[in-house]
Write a protein that binds this ligand. Structure first.
Ligand SMILES: [Zn+2]
Length: 280
């Protein structure tokens, strides 16, 4: 079955991961800009990272028949340094028109601090000015509920933000409903330790349905599983979901969200209707 991996940090993964994903039917990956495991310390380091995301990584993915999308931003962890963040925000527009860039992300909150809020809002401002999609990282563990609430409140208070152009990622059982109720897309991250397991994600599909929802591995430089989306497909099958439902969750939904991007430039192997989710 064809699938799309909507959130993975391939710069931290080995080429063999592309091989394994391609074997399982992966046709496209989307890679948000994130923390590298260490603070980069200069805008020039981010410029190099943006070039890696938009120029080098798509070529590496293409060798295995996988299309590579990316997102640009300064992540919440490094946003604590407001001066550096503003410098990075000022160079992002230079890279937005690179092929495969879907928008601004993953922006969000980490420890829900004042500085993180300032930089989150400045990047929402940039996305509004440049007409970009937004991918939002929500905090981990004990900071998740409060941080998700703060993010949803900031986004819904801004009349310019169209919820169907924003995905709230790393949702769990206690944060998925307010995000869906406000009209946003949601991403369930399947992580071996924290976040969510494939089985819990299948439970959430049972409870909240198939609209504006997708799952991802968020594979990165830490303990994570780049094959988590194929595991999700197996878990859906084991629970009796039919092929049409699985195809919608792992292929159509991510592509339908991405297709709204100004530069969407991918011819998927199976067509996806450009219809609004409300019309379904
Ligand atoms: Zn991520």
């Amino acid at each position: 079955m064809f699938y799309v991996e909507p959130h993975i940090h391939m710069v931290s993964r080995i080429t063999d991961d592309y091989v394994r994903m391609a074997r399982c039917g992966c046709v496209a990956v989307s890679e948000p800009a994130f923390w590298a495991g260490f603070d980069r310390g200069s805008a020039a380091a981010f410029a190099t990272y943006f070039r890696q995301l938009t120029q080098f990584e798509p070529k590496r993915a293409a060798q295995f028949g996988i299309h590579h999308f990316s997102w640009l931003c300064i992540n919440a962890k490094e946003a604590e340094d407001v001066a550096l963040s503003r410098e990075v925000i000022s160079i992002i527009p230079e890279y937005l028109d690179q092929p495969g860039v879907l928008g601004i992300g993953e922006i969000g909150l980490n420890k829900n601090t004042k500085n993180e809020v300032i930089i989150f809002q400045e990047q929402v401002e940039l996305a509004m000015k440049t007409d970009e999609l937004i991918l939002v990282h929500t905090p981990h563990l004990e900071d998740k509920y409060k941080g998700t609430r703060m993010i949803l409140d900031m986004l819904t208070a801004d009349q310019r933000v169209k919820p169907e152009r924003v995905i709230i990622d790393h949702v769990e059982e206690h944060t998925i409903k307010p995000a869906l109720d406000a009209g946003f897309w949601v991403g369930m991250t399947l992580y071996p330790t924290t976040k969510c397991t494939p089985e819990r994600a299948v439970d959430m599909v049972g409870r909240y349905g198939r609209e504006r929802i997708m799952a991802n591995s968020a594979g990165d430089w830490g303990v994570s599983n780049p094959m988590a989306t194929p595991d999700f497909i197996r878990a859906l099958r084991a629970r009796g979901h039919d092929n049409a439902t699985i195809h919608k969750l792992v292929y159509e939904n991510p592509l339908r969200f991405f297709m709204q991007a100004r530069r969407f430039n991918f011819q998927p192997p199976l067509p996806v209707a450009r219809q609004r989710t409300e019309d379904e």
